[in-house]
Design a protein around this ligand. Structure first.
Ligand SMILES: *[C@@H]1O[C@H](CO)[C@@H](O)[C@H](O)[C@H]1NC(C)=O
Length: 281
């Protein structure tokens, strides 16, 4: 009888362990738990973090007559979220972390965000384009939709990036050496500045690209989160998660990603992870 009870307790304990491990994921030998930062948000895209204020900016799909998308933010310190006003069809976000400037891209060009009023103001530097994505690296790179052109904004001047003038670009990033890593419907490419040449990197279809504070490039696809190893010029999957819509990296290295209807932080945990788990969002 006593043996029987012990067996039952062990069975329950094991069931407990399995429950514990369901919601965690192993990334490079470390285990992470999901922390939902925001749920009930429709198709959050284009995540960007202001490290100074610890604020995450993103866009989401609007069900409004006059706006396709809204820009919004979440404080990573308090969890409070807010919608940004003053911007038409706010979609893209990028931060100049040196000068603490938050840029937003809308249907009619580039805006600048003001924390006090939670409002964005059009900078009127190029109003005739619909902004798709933006990336800041010693200047603001941005792409447009539907023509998929790439521009660079610095010192009050907007120029086309000469090397990419005749190429379609949907997403762009720059690595620590200001080499351009970009994505279009043919795949992922790198324009090497020193050698003035373009190399094919991978045939991935990315939906978001970001960098961490050390200028490593990280991007997302519908199948997970990836790291671009710029020495080996190789793409490495860091998290196998389905339905990822975008990614950003906090200053301490934590991954934040968007799924179909929520924004999630991967927080380090000491719990054990079930090895074969595959998240579907
Ligand atoms: C994507 O970029 C590559 C490299 O610049 C280029 O060869 C290719 O034509 C581009 N694809 C499209 C659809 O423009």
């Amino acid at each position: 009888m006593r043996f029987y009870i012990v067996v039952i307790i062990i069975a329950f304990a094991e069931a407990g362990v399995i429950d514990d491990t369901i919601s965690c994921i192993t990334i490079r030998g470390n285990n992470f738990e999901k922390e939902i930062l925001k749920d009930h948000v429709e198709s959050p895209y284009q995540l960007a973090i202001d490290h100074d204020t610890q604020t995450l900016f993103y866009s989401y799909t609007a069900r409004a007559e006059d706006d396709m998308f809204y820009s919004a933010l979440i404080s990573l310190k308090t969890g409070l979220s807010a919608k940004v006003s003053g911007i038409r069809g706010g979609f893209a976000n990028a931060i100049n972390n040196n000068q603490n400037i938050v840029y937003m891209g809308g249907e009619d060009g580039i805006y600048k965000f003001d924390y006090k009023t939670k409002t964005a103001t059009n900078l009127h530097i190029k109003d005739d384009v619909n902004i798709w994505q933006m990336f800041y690296k010693d200047g603001l790179y941005f792409t447009t939709y539907p023509d998929e052109k790439v521009y660079f904004y610095k010192n009050d001047e907007v120029v086309k990036v000469p090397a990419l003038e005749h190429v379609k670009v949907m997403l762009i990033a720059a690595d620590r050496n200001k080499n351009l890593v970009y994505f279009n419907s043919s795949g992922m490419f790198m324009y090497e500045r020193d050698e003035s040449k373009t190399v094919f990197l991978n045939d991935v279809v990315a939906n978001g690209v970001t960098s961490d504070i050390e200028s490593n490039i990280i991007f997302s696809t519908a199948n997970g989160i990836y790291y671009f190893n710029d020495e080996l010029k190789e793409v490495e999957q860091i998290a196998d998660i389905d339905n990822v819509y975008g990614v950003a990296i906090e200053s301490d290295g934590n991954i934040i990603y968007a799924s179909e209807n929520s924004i999630i932080r991967l927080r380090p945990t000491t719990k054990r992870c079930k090895v074969d788990i595959k998240w579907t969002q």
